[in-house]
Design a protein around this ligand. Structure first.
Ligand code: F0G
Length: 365
């Protein structure tokens, strides 16, 4: 497969990570669509909300852009085994790219805490899939121990090449916008690598003189998995306050994120904000994105839920252009969607907690 068909490797001049391009492992990732969200824009009184749908990657999430990069490095360096801990999407992507490269892969996932669609993917692509009776943070601890003892290539987002791949959607986005820089980019925050990878992409373009300023990159966390948000509130980001994470947006159910310092830097260098959103706000935003004919997984919907808050706080103005990064495909977690529309996701009491700003948007749809 030609690497020119990859939306990541067509930017290879800005991706100097493999010596020999023969080693590149690609599934034609990237080149994802940019959609407008006319109803959400109207309801929020903004002229311009777009969604860059990273769920349209080969394994259904943004992780593919990082995996093509890091698996290529693993192959070039002659590793036979790769491994990751995951809330489901990293493992799906790693398993697929490892299979493509004819490498063996091992996945640690928290038992019962990831969406079935994602679990089925890593099995389908032939990864040794191990469910552990712990959470994501516990899986990371086991993985760290494993890679310290065996020659296994670590593919969590602490791997710097993952971030190199994950910066390329920033280039692609600007290309799609004909180099008009939006004011705001909104991303979900879990292990906190993606926001920093995109900020790196924007800053590289800025340094190269391709754009005259960088957009503000804002990171949104679920209230039940909000260590960055809390740390910023309580100690101005000087120290991370790990939390016991709990959210139905299982992709971002992470209490002790590895890349929090990088995320903080992304917020500070771009001027973005960190917000948190409730379970009800996430579910409603997800249904709203679905009702535009787009759809996404719950973790991606925190972007719209967070944007509502930023607008309400006056941090995003009417004429400012906003791009939401939708990180995963709606079919990744269909149980969530069905439960929500059957009215079974929340108790009556929880449903009653839907906030005023949510109701406004809902009524406008
Ligand atoms: N959205 C989705 C759909 C994700 O799967 C993740 C992370 C995020 C957002 C958050 O990105 O970690 O870079 O802040 N998923 C990881 C995984 C942790 O294992 O699949 P982040």
């Amino acid at each position: 497969m030609s690497i020119d068909q990859s939306g990541v490797w067509r930017f290879r001049d800005l991706l100097p990570i493999v010596d020999d391009l023969e080693h590149v492992v690609t599934l034609r990732e990237g080149n994802t669509p940019l959609y407008d969200l006319p109803r959400a824009s109207k309801a929020l009184g903004l002229d311009w909300i777009l969604a860059k749908h990273q769920g349209m990657n080969p394994t259904g999430s943004f992780k593919d852009t990082g995996m093509t990069a890091a698996l290529s490095v693993a192959r070039e360096r002659g590793f036979e085994w790769v491994a990751c801990a995951s809330t489901g999407n990293t493992s799906a992507a790693m398993a697929a790219y490892a299979a493509r490269a004819a490498l063996r892969s091992i996945v640690f996932i928290p038992e019962g805490k990831i969406a079935w669609g994602k679990l089925s993917q890593s099995m389908d692509y032939g990864a040794l899939t191990v469910q552990l009776r712990t959470d994501f943070d516990g899986c990371v601890r086991v993985l760290t121990e494993l890679v310290s003892r065996f020659p296994i290539y670590l593919l969590n987002s602490v791997n710097p090449y993952r971030l190199e791949g994950q910066k390329t959607p920033a280039f692609e986005l600007l290309e799609q916008l004909e180099w008009q820089v939006p004011e705001h980019i909104v991303v979900p925050g879990g292990n906190l690598a993606n926001g920093s990878a995109l900020a790196k992409g924007f800053s590289e373009m800025h340094h190269l003189g391709l754009i005259s300023r960088v957009p503000k990159v804002s990171i949104i966390q679920a209230e039940g998995a909000n260590p960055l948000y809390r740390s910023l509130q309580e100690n101005n980001g000087e120290e991370l306050i790990p939390v016991k994470a709990n959210t139905r947006a299982t992709a971002i159910r992470i209490g002790n994120p590895a890349s929090w310092r990088k995320a903080l830097r992304a917020l500070r260098t771009t001027g973005g904000w960190c917000e948190q959103v409730s379970e009800q706000e996430i579910a409603l935003a997800k249904a709203e994105i679905g009702s535009e004919g787009i759809g996404c997984e719950p973790a991606s919907a925190v972007t719209l839920a967070g944007l509502k808050k930023l607008v309400a706080q006056g941090k995003v103005g009417r004429e400012e252009r906003v791009v939401l990064i939708l990180t995963g495909h709606t079919l990744k977690d269909s149980n969530y969607t069905i439960d929500y529309h059957r009215g079974e996701l929340f108790t009556e009491e929880e449903n009653a907690q839907i906030s005023g700003s949510d109701q406004i948007l809902h009524a406008a749809l």
